[in-house]
Each structure stands twice: as structure tokens, then as C-alpha cells.
Design a binder for this molecule. Structure first.
Ligand code: FES
Length: 150
């Protein structure tokens, strides 16, 4: 892991602990996740305990500690989506790409994560892939949707 890049990011923010979220954001953008080594470096350079930096990063869904696939599937298991059949949609996703919630495909194509409401319950069941939202999902549409992502 190149700590040089992390150091550059930290320097951009003047090493200020108040800029922790910005530093985490840019580090996540650089690596696609927050490697443990970079978290240690950030905590050390801005002068906070590693446990504090990890706690802050854990609070935000946008940050992750494991490498993610090129495409992030946010499958909604909020109450409305759950009642309207999201469980079956998740089963279908698993059948098509071979992974379940919290996992990443071996080819780094997809990561599946569960969310608790995407804010568009009237479209339930809903999933979001990257920036695009797919509502009124049916199991027979899942494969067609996933094939659009390389
Ligand atoms: S519960 Fe799924 S979008 Fe609200």
C-alpha cells in the first residue's frame, strides 16, 4: 500500500483532524475502500486514536474497509421492500452472480450491500446499482438488469 498517496491527501487538508471526513472520502475514492494501513496512517498524521478514526468511518455507509466491486448493488430491505418481495429478489441476485449480501464477486464486478430504505418506498421493491435506481423489481427482470453492468 502506498502511504505516499495518503500523505498527499492528508497534506491537502493541512493534516487537520477537523478534515477527517474529507480525508476519508478522498482516500476511499483513491483506493475504492479504506485499507487498514491507510486508516492507521490517517489517525497517526491527524493525531487521533485509530479507534476514533475507525468509529467515524464505520458511521458512514459510503466508507468500507474491504475492497468493493466495480458496481455496488444496494438492495433495500426496509420494511416496504421486504414486504413486497425483496427476499426473492436477493435470492435471484445470488443465483445470477453467485454472491449474497456483504459479498463481492471474485472478478470484482459486483458488491452486494443491504440498505434499510432508499427513500422511494412507493417503487418497492427497489435496488440501486451505482447511481441508478431500479423500482418495482421482479425476479424475472434481475438478470437482464445485471447484464448491463460490465
Ligand atoms: S423500504 Fe425500500 S425504499 Fe423504502
Amino acid at each position: 500500500m502506498e502511504v505516499d498517496k495518503v500523505d498527499q491527501i492528508i497534506e491537502t487538508y493541512g493534516g487537520e483532524k477537523q478534515a477527517l471526513i474529507g480525508i476519508l472520502h478522498d482516500t476511499q475514492t483513491e483506493y475504492g475502500y479504506l485499507p487498514k494501513e491507510t486508516m492507521k496512517r490517517i489517525a497517526e498524521k491527524v493525531g487521533i486514536p485509530l479507534s476514533h478514526a475507525l468509529r467515524v468511518a464505520s458511521f458512514y455507509a459510503a466508507f468500507g474497509f474491504e475492497p468493493r466491486g466495480r458496481h455496488l448493488i444496494n438492495a433495500c430491505l426496509g420494511t416496504t421492500c421486504h414486504v413486497r418481495g425483496m427476499g426473492g429478489i436477493l435470492d435471484r441476485i445470488e443465483t445470477v452472480i453467485g454472491i449474497g449480501a456483504g459479498e463481492t464477486t471474485a472478478d470484482q464486478r459486483f458488491t452486494v450491500e443491504i440498505v434499510r430504505c432508499l427513500g422511494c418506498c412507493s417503487l418497492a421493491p427497489v435496488m440501486r446499482i451505482d447511481e441508478k435506481t431500479y423500482g418495482r423489481l421482479r425476479q424475472d427482470k434481475v438478470e437482464d438488469i445485471l447484464q448491463r453492468f460490465g
